[in-house]
Design a protein around this ligand. Structure first.
Ligand code: ZN
Length: 463
């Protein structure tokens, strides 16, 4: 790969900062980047060599050096991983705390598939490359560096600010579940593992910022047909595999009712302008009337949008039969659903059962490690704080909510009735978002405005 490799962190930040305002928090920017590089070099992947506990120790040391009392920081080991909770005490102990949420683990990455070692961070052509540069070690360190900069500036929050970083968000989510239970008295969660700012593909200029106030719930259902079976030379009228196949086709034909909530309505109205004209028109029409069949047809045909207009269910695995020459005694399939916020899993199971229209078919909820959650409310103080933060670096930038189709630690906070908002302060091009994928990278130019915006948001939500 050809590219400029920076020798010094500061010169890299300067080189990549053409988009942003002049330096105001250089120490924080430098710290965010250098801590992120150190964290990326620690292989915090689930398994026996998991270095998540070392990432937690790295972050703890930085917080202590920045003025956190060691007694206000705990690292709790859990199986091969750990989670970190650090508290900055506010002046008014009667107020509920503000939580800054993140995770320290990353998705596995194979060096042989990448252009370079994913666990040897590099700075090339103005990008930080490495596993976790986007999801989400740089976000973690932006959070830490912003708080420490506020501390250096003498800021004193009224409510406690708690850094809560989980250690298995990409796999089991047990630590996120434990943290959310411990912090169930929190006022609000800023989850840095979330939507982000978007850069124009062609010009690289920031065009909008979105945040996530809801997530679809994940669910798995096992469908089973059993049958007495018998010898394959003596076929019967009913065959378990045939019967299951027919039920699956009926489920494929079934459409869950298209629906809207406050967040998705705001998303469609605001995001329509950046879509192709036909898609944009459908988004506006659907936001105005979620029964508009023409709009539903257009949005349903787009894999990136179908999940935003309702619950989706799709068959992901099948299994059946036990011998080449026997009538199948059992056939099973897994139906994976992404449930629109507000619907309990048993309701979806019932709907699948009805769609299958076969009394011999059983539907069993086999979901592991997931709970259904309602959307977080569009809380005015949060909306104002995020707009204030983003507008302080990008005046007039459109800021609007969205709904995530995947799960994050926000699920566990919402489950405990704590409003949680996903928002990464970084701006990236959609085509350059390689989260969970190959050659993950984030533009360094994003660091400066992210620090500035974070400091404003955290101040607004804690003063
Ligand atoms: Zn993540």
């Amino acid at each position: 790969m050809r590219g400029t490799v920076c020798g010094f962190v500061v010169s890299c930040l300067m080189a990549g900062s053409a988009l942003a305002a002049p330096a105001s928090h250089l120490q924080a920017e430098t710290q965010a980047l250098s801590l992120a590089e150190k964290a990326i070099a620690l292989r915090s992947v689930e398994g026996p060599a998991n270095q998540t506990p070392q990432v937690a120790a790295l972050f703890r040391d930085a917080l202590v050096q920045g003025g956190f009392a060691p007694s206000d920081i705990t690292i709790t080991p859990y199986r091969d991983t750990a989670y970190l909770i650090a508290r900055w005490h506010g002046t008014d102990p009667s107020l509920k705390p503000l939580v800054i949420s993140g995770h320290m683990d990353v998705v596995e990455a194979k060096a042989s598939d990448w252009t370079h070692d994913p666990f040897k961070p590099q700075i090339v052509n103005g990008y930080l490359l490495g596993r976790g540069s986007t999801d989400m070690k740089l976000d973690d360190t932006l959070g830490i560096a912003s708080l420490l900069e506020l501390k250096r500036e003498g800021y004193r929050p009224r409510r406690d600010i708690i850094i809560a970083f989980s250690g298995d968000e990409e796999t089991e989510m047990n630590t996120g579940q434990a943290i959310a239970k411990l912090l169930d008295r929190a006022d609000l969660v800023l989850n840095l593992d979330g939507a982000n700012g978007v850069l124009d593909e062609r010009t690289g200029k920031p065009i909008y910022f979105s945040w996530e106030g809801a997530e679809k719930s994940y669910a798995d259902y096992r469908l089973t047909i059993t049958n007495p079976g018998g010898h394959s030379s003596e076929p019967r009228a009913v065959n378990a595999i045939d019967e299951l196949a027919a039920a699956l086709l009926r489920i494929k034909q079934h459409r869950f009712k298209p629906e809207l909530n406050d967040l998705t309505r705001a998303y469609f109205v605001s995001a329509a302008q950046w879509e192709a004209p036909a898609t944009g028109a459908a988004m506006r029409a659907f936001a105005a009337d979620p029964t508009d069949e023409k709009a539903i047809a257009t949005l349903s045909a787009d894999p990136a949008l179908i999940g935003r207009i309702g619950t989706t269910c799709v068959v992901t695995m099948i299994n059946g039969g036990h011998a080449l020459n026997a009538l199948p005694q059992r056939a099973t399939a897994n139906i994976n659903c992404r449930i629109f916020p507000g619907h309990p899993r048993p309701e979806i199971a019932k709907e699948l059962q009805a769609a299958a229209a076969d009394p011999a078919l059983t539907v069993e909820d086999v979901t592991a490690g997931s709970v259904e959650t309602a959307a977080s409310p569009m809380r005015a103080d949060f909306v104002k704080a995020v707009e204030h933060g983003i507008h302080s670096v990008y005046p007039g930038m459109p800021v609007f909510p969205s709904m995530s189709s995947g799960a994050s630690d926000s699920m566990w906070y919402r489950y405990n009735h704590v409003p949680s908002y996903g928002m990464s302060p970084l701006f990236i091009k959609p085509s350059e978002s390689f989260m969970h994928g190959l050659n993950e990278r984030t533009p360094l130019a994003s660091i400066r405005p992210a620090i500035d915006a974070m400091m404003v948001m955290v101040t607004d939500l804690s003063h």
